[in-house]
Design a protein around this ligand. Sequence first.
Ligand SMILES: [Fe+2]
Length: 386
Amino acid sequence: MTAPDPACRWLPPRAPASLRTALARAGTPAIPLVRRGAHHGYLVPAAEGPLPAADVLARWRSDRPVLLRGVLRARIRPYRQALGETLRLFARLRRGARFFDWVIGRLAGQGVYQSVGSSIDLGDPREVEKAFARARGARRGDGDLWAKLAWIAHDPRDPSLRIRFSWGVEALQEWHRDPRQARRADGLAAALFPECAVLGGHRLLFDLLRHLTGGPVRLSERIVYNNVPGGGAVFHHDAEATQLGVCFGQLAGETAWLALPRRELAEVVAEVAHGRATLRRFLGTPARAFAALKDTREPRLDRLLNRDPVLTRRLVERGAAFRMRAGDAVLLPSHSREDVAWHSVFGIGRSPSLAHSYGIFAAAPSRHGRRSRANPRAPGTHPRPP
Ligand SMILES: [Fe+2]
């Protein structure tokens, strides 16, 4: 077991403005945790020091988030202009600009990727547009690369957007199958967003990931996030077959997070549910709560996880909350669907933020398939979570 994080503090949604003003004057602002109209209270961040090196491996092994404060700060500086352009792009896309037109213009003249078309999946209420491209040297029969622009939530109160890069037939999850195509999709992301180099070219980060996972890694299935204050992502995990975890880098603005291992989330859920007659039978023990997390679409569980300030309070007081600022990165381990970091994200601050989130994959899959000292539990195989 690792020691709990230095806990942030939690204030209720009705905390008096005078208290919040006093805290802000003292340099510890009370950050509203509001997502799509649900007020989870205020987060008062703890002192944000670096994680002791000895804790990093222990946290990774125990499915805890590994917060790497400031590791991207120096690498962001050369990309300030690019980051500004990306933020302006998202603002235009929110106003209805055509994503594919921008992709065509961006790739033209680079000579490496060719735009081949776009589509809109009418069955996916979150998808805005999917732009397809082909890499020079790709063979006939290789699946097309794509960049998919989507709303983060199907909710008019949250205009947060994301762009995911992948290839092949999405419904068949072809992206697991061919690392060469995955690398081409990574390259497409970098061709459109040069700031991919902040994470993608970070030697120290790759060395750390090699240490944690037991072998060299690639960072693929890239997603560019534009979280808007008051929006964000509900509790979920990113356990996927072949994916060892996720690396999330905050490049501009801020986000607030709740993140902890599935088994600990189940303990907190059970603790809160046990005190409520309507939830006790369903979620009132850690074993029941752990099992219930298989399907977070269940309305009572969804409400407790994603709209209940009492649960948020318990999680904050347990040390599961942190704030991410530009230059910070966090690693979210996925050892299996059971042994995985669950997380929930809140858009905070004054303006939309920018972050990149990449899946961590073995560069040579067979090496990571065997159990290693650094990663004693081999990744499981399981479907994409809802
Ligand atoms: Fe995630």
